[in-house]
Design a protein around this ligand. Structure first.
Ligand code: C2E
Ligand code: CA
Ligand code: CA
Length: 397
C-alpha cells in the first residue's frame, strides 16, 4: 500500500511533535515546518492531508490558503488555532470559497481523539479529491455579474497592515476589495477592477468600499484599535467636482476624522488626469484627507511629475521593492523615490516588503514605512484582529 502523506505547519514544535505522532500512528508519512518559507518548498501536489495553524507570528494561514488555492491543492485541509472558534469557522468558509477541501477545524487545545477522527475523515473522502477543484482556472466575470454583486453586497474587504519598519509598530491598513461570487468562489481585484473601470461601475464599488472601510475604522476604534485607513480610488473620480463634498458627508455621517483617511490613486492615473484633478485634490487636502500616489515609479512620465501633485504620501510600487536586493535599477528607483519624498516633504511607504533583508535595506535607505508579506498578507477583519494580538509586528516603541 502506498503510504499517505501529511504536511503540518505550526510555530510550536511541541504541537508538531504531537500531530506527527498521531498521524504516524495512523500510517501517515509526515513532513513538518514551523515557518512559511519551508512550507512553500515542502508543499507538493500529492500531499493527502495538510494541517495548518491559522495564526503564527509573522505570517498567517489565510494567505497560505490562497497559495494552496493557486496551486489547485487537492489535499484535505485541517485548520487549527488557539483563537476564537468563530475565526476558525470564517477561515474554513474562506478556504472552501477558494475551492479547497477544508474538512475540519481544530480549536486548540484539542483532544487527540478529535484529530484522529479528522484524519479518518480525510482518508474516507480522499477519492473525491480528484474530482474536486478541477475547474479552478481563473474565472472570467461579466458586467452583469458585477452589477448583481454590487446590488447584493457581495464585495467585502481584506486589510493589510502598514507599519514602521524600525519599531515594527502597525499604524494603518490598506483596504483591498474581494468579491465573493456565489458560483465562482473568491475573486481577486485583478479580475474585476479593470472591468469595473471600463463599465463605469467603479464609482459604485468605490462608494461601497469607502463606506465599509470607514465603518470598520469605527468598529476598531471602539475596540481601542486606532489605525489609519487607506482606500484605493480610481483617478477618474478626481475629475468629479462633487467628490470632496461626498467624502466630507461620509466622514461627517460616520463621525470619522478626515486625517484618518488616505486615498490611494495610481501615479499613472493621476498624471493622466492631473489638470482635471488638481481642484478636487486640493480641496480634499484642505479638508485634511490624505492623498497617496500609488504604484509610484511605474508612471510612464518618470518620477519628476510627482512635484505637481498635492499628495501626502508616495507609495513605492512592489515591482521595485521586491527585486531591490538584486536589481540595480530597481534599487535606484527606490532611492530616487525616497529623495523625492524627502524634498517634497511627503511620507514614503514601500509596498512589497517581503523579506527581512528588504526591510533592513529599506530602513538603511531611510524609508520608515512599509507594507508587505513580511508583515502580513491582507486579512479579513476578524482575523486581522487576532493577528494584531499575536504578531511581533505590533510592538509599541
Ligand atoms: P495595489 O493598490 O498596488 O495593492 C497592493 C497589492 O499588492 C495587493 O494585491 C496586495 O495583496 C499585494 N501585496 C501586498 N504586499 C505584497 C508583497 O509583499 N508581495 C507581493 N507579491 N504582493 C503584495 P490585491 O489585493 O490583489 O490588489 C491588487 C490591486 O487591485 C491593488 O493593487 C489595487 O490597484 C486594486 N484594488 C484592490 N482593491 C481595490 C478597490 O477597492 N478599489 C480600486 N479602485 N482598486 C482596488
Ligand atoms: Ca493601493
Ligand atoms: Ca502597487
Amino acid at each position: 500500500m502506498v503510504s499517505k502523506k501529511l504536511l503540518v505547519i505550526d510555530d510550536n514544535p511541541d504541537m508538531i511533535r504531537l500531530i506527527s505522532e498521531i498521524a504516524e500512528d495512523s500510517g501517515f508519512v509526515v513532513s513538518s515546518t514551523t515557518g512559511a518559507d519551508y512550507f512553500f518548498s515542502l508543499y507538493h501536489a500529492d500531499l493527502d492531508v495538510i494541517v495548518l495553524d491559522l495564526i503564527m507570528p509573522g505570517m498567517d494561514g489565510i494567505e497560505l490558503l490562497r497559495f494552496l488555492a493557486e496551486k489547485q491543492c487537492k489535499a484535505a485541509i485541517i485548520l487549527m488555532s488557539g483563537c476564537d472558534k468563530r475565526v476558525l469557522d470564517t477561515a474554513k468558509e474562506l478556504g472552501q470559497a477558494h475551492g479547497l477541501r477544508v474538512i475540519g477545524i481544530l480549536p486548540k487545545p484539542y483532544r487527540v481523539m478529535d484529530f484522529q477522527v479528522l484524519l479518518e475523515k480525510a482518508t474516507e473522502t480522499d477519492n473525491v479529491a480528484s474530482s474536486f477543484s478541477q475547474e479552478k482556472a481563473k474565472p472570467t466575470v461579466t458586467e452583469e455579474e458585477l452589477q448583481t454583486a454590487l446590488n447584493n453586497g457581495n464585495f467585502f474587504l481584506h486589510y493589510q497592515p502598514q507599519a514602521y519598519l524600525k519599531s515594527r509598530r502597525v499604524y494603518g491598513v490598506e483596504a483591498l476589495s474581494r468579491w465573493q461570487h456565489p458560483d465562482k468562489g473568491l475573486i481577486f481585484p485583478d479580475l474585476f477592477i479593470d472591468l469595473a473601470e471600463r463599465s463605469g461601475l467603479i464609482r459604485e464599488l468605490t462608494e461601497q468600499v469607502l463606506t465599509r472601510a470607514l465603518k470598520q475604522y469605527n468598529r476598531w476604534r471602539q475596540k481601542g484599535i486606532n489605525l489609519n485607513m487607506s482606500v484605493n480610488i480610481p483617478a477618474g473620480i478626481l475629475s468629479d467636482l462633487s467628490f470632496p463634498n461626498q467624502i466630507q458627508e461620509l466622514l461627517d455621517e460616520l463621525n470619522v476624522p478626515a486625517k484618518a483617511l488616505l486615498l490611494e490613486v495610481t501615479e499613472t492615473g493621476l498624471i493622466k488626469e492631473i489638470k482635471k484633478s488638481l481642484d478636487v485634490l486640493t480641496r480634499l487636502r484642505m479638508k485634511g484627507v490624505g492623498i497617496s500616489v500609488d504604484d509610484f515609479g511605474t508612471g510612464y512620465s518618470g518620477l519628476q511629475q510627482a512635484r505637481e501633485i498635492p499628495a501626502t504620501e508616495l507609495k513605492i510600487d512592489k515591482s521595485f521593492v521586491i527585486p531591490m536586493m538584486e536589481n540595480d535599477s530597481a534599487r535606484v528607483i527606490v532611492h530616487t523615490a525616497l529623495q523625492i519624498g524627502q524634498q517634497l516633504n511627503m511620507r514614503v511607504i514601500a509596498e512589497g516588503v517581503e523579506t527581512e533583508e528588504i526591510r533592513l535595506a529599506l530602513q538603511e535607505a531611510g524609508c520608515r514605512f512599509g507594507q508587505g508579506y513580511l508583515i502580513s498578507r491582507p486579512l479579513p477583519p476578524d482575523i486581522f484582529e487576532e493577528w494584531l494580538k499575536t504578531a511581533d509586528w505590533n510592538r509599541v516603541d
